[in-house]
Ligand binder design. Structure first.
Ligand SMILES: C[S@@+](CC[C@H](N)C(=O)[O-])C[C@H]1O[C@@H](n2cnc3c(N)ncnc32)[C@H](O)[C@@H]1O
Length: 271
């Protein structure tokens, strides 16, 4: 567990800078907005506004970017991650008034402690883990196991469809874009890792095979990454316009198919 997790801990500063950047902020804002469609919205009258705090398990939750937002809404979140510095950062962020609603557990998500694996959670998040695992079906099954029947799973991963577009638009390297059409590997400097890229179109049938119902596909950063003027995104008015555009297109097909990341939500079927 330690060798692999060290790569994540070593990148803490870069990771935190990325989260504060406009594209990092958009990723968390959009994920939260999409979750709220199912937790507080007409699709799922489950939220604390309706009198019930949910039990949420955030698998590979890192330093709590998603967990803190849900805890701030009154839910009880357990963050599981194998990187100690990530978890320490999550706990430190929660200390500003959310400690009672957020707990952090150091564990490998492929070997969850028994009490969590049988946890009967209302919601399980599995955001940006799939690109690091070898066995995707086993990871999906492992993420569904701690959910109660009818509970909500939210998955997020880098969208392979976006890679050739990203290279063509941002690097203007058309040979590399052509090669990326048939390449599912991506080297990332941030965590010194080689990632495996997936598409929502591949993952949706796997979720259905595992018995999931009501699978929904959202796009995270449908426009942002194809606008090459990154400096402008720090301008408040421009950022606000970008956020509005992203919120308007996150569920508006065909935009999710080429977004930088995909987010899938699904309900676990009662067996
Ligand atoms: C890119 S970060 C994503 C963190 C968080 N889900 C988010 O999107 O903000 C990936 C996280 O996965 C964790 N991770 C990767 N493989 C893991 C495993 N097998 N068990 C537990 N944590 C893992 C890393 O430690 C890291 O914190």
């Amino acid at each position: 567990m330690s060798e692999e997790s060290e790569k994540f801990d070593a990148a803490m500063t870069t990771w935190q800078e990325w989260q504060e950047a406009p594209w990092g902020r958009l990723r968390y804002t959009l994920a939260e907005a999409n979750l709220m469609r199912h937790l507080d919205g007409p699709d799922g009258p489950d939220g604390p506004e309706n009198g019930r705090a949910l039990r949420v398990l955030d698998l590979a939750g890192g330093d709590g970017g998603d967990a803190l937002r849900l805890a701030a809404r009154g839910h009880h979140v357990t963050v599981v991650d194998y990187a100690p510095a990530m978890l320490a950062a999550a706990a430190e962020r929660a200390a500003a008034g959310l400690s009672e609603r957020m707990s952090c557990v150091r564990a490998d998500v492929t070997a969850l402690p028994a009490d969590l694996a049988a946890g009967e959670f209302d919601v399980v998040l599995c955001h940006n883990l799939l690109q690091y695992v070898d066995d995707v079906p086993a990871t999906l099954a492992g993420a569904l196991a701690p959910l109660k029947d009818g509970g909500l799973l939210s998955l997020m991963a880098i969208n392979r469809n976006s890679a050739p577009l990203n290279i063509a638009v941002r690097e203007m390297d058309l040979k590399a874009a052509l090669a990326a059409l048939d390449n599912d590997r991506l080297a990332t400097a941030m965590f010194d890792a080689e990632l495996t890229l997936h598409t929502a179109e591949e993952i949706v049938p796997l979720l259905r095979d595992l018995g999931c119902l009501d699978v929904r596909h959202y796009g995270i950063r449908t426009f942002c990454d194809y606008i090459t003027d990154d400096v402008r995104k720090y301008d408040k008015e421009y950022y606000d316009d970008l956020e509005r555009l992203e919120l308007a297109t996150t569920a508006r097909h065909p935009y999710p198919h080429t977004a930088r990341l995909f987010q899938l939500t699904a309900r676990k079927r009662a067996v």
